[in-house]
Design a protein around this ligand. Structure first.
Ligand code: NAG
Ligand code: NAG
Length: 576
């Protein structure tokens, strides 16, 4: 099993006849949409073939690079599966590079989109040039798929897609309100058992091991220091790295910070701390919608109001309607095949729409349609568009975030389903919308009986060679600015917190020229903002100011930031 999985990746990454097939499909499909490259990994690579070099690539330092996806270069890099074992087998990490456009290169910049398990290759493929522009083109942008994920020897729980689909058909990894928790827990337990029986890699994918990979990559690239930009979970990888290798810290930005103490601690506490502004996001969605009016927000019609709290009607209507859907699932009109829209999927889609302010008008429109006509077409399209937008380089039957999340956290405080679900209920006081979505999925960790080969859960105050930029967004629905502020305190002088006022997840959920300049100045000139640095909101949700369409200073456009947001958010698929 283990051997076979490694072979798959070798076939994919080595030039050969299979590769030709992949290429052909890629170039045929690349015009059909941003996700088309996913077809490349959908090709059945189960039969290893004799390599017939199509593009032998060229050797440079420790890597053999070959052209890929038009303007990029791809390579692989072997790292020990078990760093404690000198004769360990290797993981083959998939790498992608977009070279610096300036000849006076400042070296390499590694990026990680979060997840956990999100594909760095996918991120660079979708937004490499935009990441590059943030550093004025001075950096080689390097994306890598973390071990066991994406194209880096993906952990598979099932032998094939059919088996996986059969197992998961019509089941959600999240518990629908009103459904039987015991059935749900049994399903998650079965899934965990299945994964554990199928893969020998599970103990080796903790964030500590990924941090070692990052340092091995730094070394292999001949870099004395590590430059890194991590988003969301990528900030936990960053916090782990800078504390395991403090002398190797170059220019590091952590954007959309999760508190590392909670991420490496109790899951329920992590959920509570992560969701402190999620409900504020719904309130802001509503208030901004009302202020913008019906031209810009379809829910700004009083005759669509289902609830009123004495001051506002849009946010109360959204909450009322999400509750109503629990017992009133929607059907579609005028489509075949017919399908249903369930509350759990709408709630999840609404939560994810809080990640990016530019998605709010479409979400408001879909809600307005559903309320008005009692059909779920608009919501269905958003839910399914979400699926497509995820562009997974990871095949559907791989497991995504679970292996990392479950072995990085601790489960002593809520050791059984009953106490865990009670904890989720408590967390629902913080966010009725999102606590259940996250918690009933992460319940799986109770059944994830895997002992990590290594785990890092502090200290977080190592003195780093260079100071780190910590970006937090005031209204972030999953990584609130409070966590960034807390990390600044924890780091005792090794990090500077920059407060970005706005909504959405990470600094581009609702971008500003001001913050994009802070990031540019740090990457290009090594200039950190003053302590207490803040950037104001430059536009209002539902009312994007036209002047913001151009971020002229470093060639970034508003559209660029929007593409970057989609690229990062889509890589952050939660367990599914
Ligand atoms: C080290 O790795 C080798 C190769 O996979 C394996 O045979 C051996 O059992 C491992 N040793 C330990 C102590 O895990
Ligand atoms: C290749 O890797 C070695 C060890 O990892 C490192 O010392 C060396 O600098 C690298 N070579 C180049 C050209 O980057």
């Amino acid at each position: 099993m283990e051997k076979q999985q490694i072979d798959h990746a070798i076939v994919y990454h080595h030039p050969g006849s299979t590769k030709r097939t992949v290429r052909t499909i890629l170039s045929a499909a690349i015009f059909t949409g941003a996700c088309a490259y996913f077809l490349g990994t959908a090709v059945d690579l189960s039969i290893p073939q004799v390599a017939q070099p199509v593009d032998a690539g060229y050797k440079e330092g420790n890597f053999t690079w070959r052209k890929c996806y038009d303007k990029y270069e791809c390579s692989t890099f072997a790292v020990p599966i078990d760093y404690r074992n000198s004769s360990s087998d290797k993981f083959n990490l998939a790498l992608i590079r977009l070279k610096a456009t300036k000849s006076a290169s400042k070296g390499v910049l590694f990026v990680n989109p979060g997840g956990p398990g999100g594909s760095g290759v996918g991120l660079v493929l979708k937004a490499g040039e935009i990441l590059s522009k943030h550093g004025d083109g001075y950096y080689d942008i390097i994306g890598f798929d973390p071990r066991g994920m994406g194209e880096s020897n993906t952990i598979r729980c099932f032998d094939d897609g059919t088996e996986s689909k059969f197992f998961t058909a019509n089941r959600r990894t999240m518990l629908s309100p009103g459904d039987n928790p015991a059935n749900h827990a049994a399903f998650l337990e079965a899934q965990a058992k299945q994964c554990i029986s199928k893969s020998d890699f599970l103990p080796y994918v903790s964030t500590a091991s990924v941090a070692r990979d990052l340092d091995a990559l730094r070394d292999a690239f001949g870099q004395e220091l590590t430059n890194y930009w991590g988003f969301s979970y990528g900030t936990f990888l960053g916090a782990t790295y800078i504390n395991m290798f403090p002398d190797r810290v170059g220019r590091v930005i952590l954007d959309g910070i999760t508190d590392p103490r909670q991420f490496s601690g109790d899951i329920i506490e992590w959920i509570k701390a992560s969701l402190v502004h999620t409900e504020d996001g719904i309130d802001e969605f509503g208030a901004a919608c009302e202020a913008a009016g019906p031209e810009k927000c379809a829910l700004a019609h009083r005759d669509l109001a289902l609830a009123f709290d004495g001051k506002h009607y849009v946010a109360p209507t959204i909450r009322y309607y999400l509750n109503h859907l629990i017992n009133h699932p929607l059907l579609l009109s005028n489509v075949s095949p017919q399908d249903v829209v369930l509350q759990i999927d709408v709630a999840n889609a609404f939560f994810l729409s809080l990640y990016k302010v530019a998605q709010w008008p479409a979400m408001a429109k879909a809600f307005a349609e559903a309320i008005q006509s009692s059909t779920g077409n608009g919501l269905y399209n958003i839910i399914n568009q979400k699926e497509d937008e995820r562009c997974p380089l990871v095949e559907k039957y791989s497991i995504g975030a679970t292996p990392v999340f479950c072995i990085d956290s601790s489960h002593d405080k809520h050791p059984d389903a009953k106490s865990f679900l009670k904890g989720v209920e408590e967390a629902s006081d913080v966010s009725p919308l999102a606590a259940g979505l996250l918690g009933t999925e992460m319940l799986q960790c109770l059944y994830w009986e895997v002992v990590p080969s290594e785990r890092y859960d502090g200290l977080w105050n190592h003195k780093t060679k260079n100071k780190v930029l910590l970006v937090g967004v005031t209204g972030d629905p999953i990584t609130p600015a409070e966590s960034a502020e807390a990390l600044e305190v924890l780091m005792e002088g090794s990090g500077v917190f920059h407060k970005h006022h706005g909504w959405g997840h990470c600094s581009f959920g609702q971008p500003s020229k001001c913050t994009s300049k802070v990031i540019r100045d740090y990457f290009v000139d090594g200039k950190l903002p003053e302590k207490g640095s803040e950037c104001p909101m430059e536009d209002q949700p539902f009312e994007l100011i036209p002047s913001l369409q151009s971020f002229s200073d470093n060639g970034l456009t508003y559209q660029d930031l929007s593409v970057l947001a989609d690229a990062v958010h889509s890589a952050q698929r939660r367990m599914q």
